[in-house]
Design a protein around this ligand. Structure first.
Ligand code: G1P
Length: 291
């Protein structure tokens, strides 16, 4: 088994019901955060972390993602004719960002099932999982930080965040204890998907970045429906934990839940303020609002 992590799986088959009606026709992964679809942030993070091959797990009505990461001959020809060199470069660069393969999740059976759909494309090697809804602003990129932990510790790594209070019930939650040598690392002994607050084993919530060993595929094949009647990735990793080490990792950076209306608004404001082309004007605009 190779320890080099070359592939990242993007589960993108979900219905995006939290963002209706915007997501009735448009895949939620294609919603724009400032001027880029949210999935492009994840793809750029993966590439910046050294990933060579992106595997997107799609579903019905998700074709816009494939078109987005492809050349658009009509658009490029028009931009060229009009002499719009900078926009042409933007359009072309998206198509050459990464090597991308697509696999369909034919039924929405859960996140664990979506990851399992990528089994043949990943093969017998460690791989990353990026949930495109979770946009993470971090330097170095969140996935790069996790790959460094994977290299050092040699076990699967899950990104985590401390969540205080009832909000924890929206997440997979780890059981275990902080590592004595590194306060960002959490030594897992168990995990539970979307527990009630009273049943949460800790405040360590799983965020949408994982580095996993391929054994998880075989375990996911045996995983039965769990929380919400779905085949949960958390349950597959819990089974992995009986055989291999699994670590939580509190990443350095800020995470936005861009699949949620409020999270998307937060990300929009903060990403726009950071942009050199938009930030100064947007800051002045915000200051002028009678809040
Ligand atoms: C998924 C996972 C959950 C994780 C969360 C992070 O849940 O099942 O364990 O904490 O992503 O965003 P979802 O948000 O798809 O319900």
């Amino acid at each position: 088994m190779s320890q080099e992590v070359r592939k990242a799986v993007f589960p993108a088959g979900g219905l995006g019901t939290r963002f209706l009606p915007a997501t009735k026709v448009i895949p939620k992964e294609m919603l724009a955060l400032v001027d880029k679809p949210i999935i492009q942030y994840g793809v750029e993070e993966a590439i910046a972390s050294g990933i060579e091959h992106i595997i997107i797990v799609t579903g019905r009505g998700k074709g816009a993602m494939e078109d987005h990461f492809d050349h658009s001959f009509e658009l490029d020809a028009t931009l060229e004719r009009r002499g719009k060199k900078e926009l042409l470069a933007v359009s072309r660069s998206v198509a050459s960002l990464a090597r991308i393969s697509y696999v369909r999740q034919k039924e929405p059976l859960g996140l664990g099932h979506a990851v399992l759909c990528a089994k043949e494309l990943v093969g017998d090697e460690a791989f990353a999982v990026i949930l495109p809804d979770d946009v993470i602003d971090a330097d170095p990129p969140c996935l790069k930080q996790m790959l460094d932990v994977f290299d050092e510790r040699g076990g699967s790594v899950l990104a985590t965040m401390t969540i205080d209070g009832p909000g924890i019930s929206a997440y997979g939650v780890l059981a275990g204890s902080p590592d004595p040598d590194n306060e960002r690392i959490y030594n897992c002994t168990g995990m539970v998907e979307k527990p009630k607050l009273a049943d949460a084993p800790s405040k360590q919530a799983i965020i949408g970045r994982y580095v996993l060993t391929p054994r998880v595929f075989e375990l996911l094949e045996e995983t039965t429906p769990g929380a919400g009647g779905e085949i949960q990735l958390t349950d597959g990793i819990k089974a992995l934990l009986k055989e291999e080490k699994v670590f939580g990792y509190t990443f350095e950076g800020k995470r936005y839940d861009a699949g949620d209306k409020f999270g998307m608004l937060q990300a929009t404001v903060e990403f726009a303020l950071k942009r050199s082309d938009l930030g100064p004007q947007f800051r002045e605009y915000l200051k002028g609002l009678a809040l």
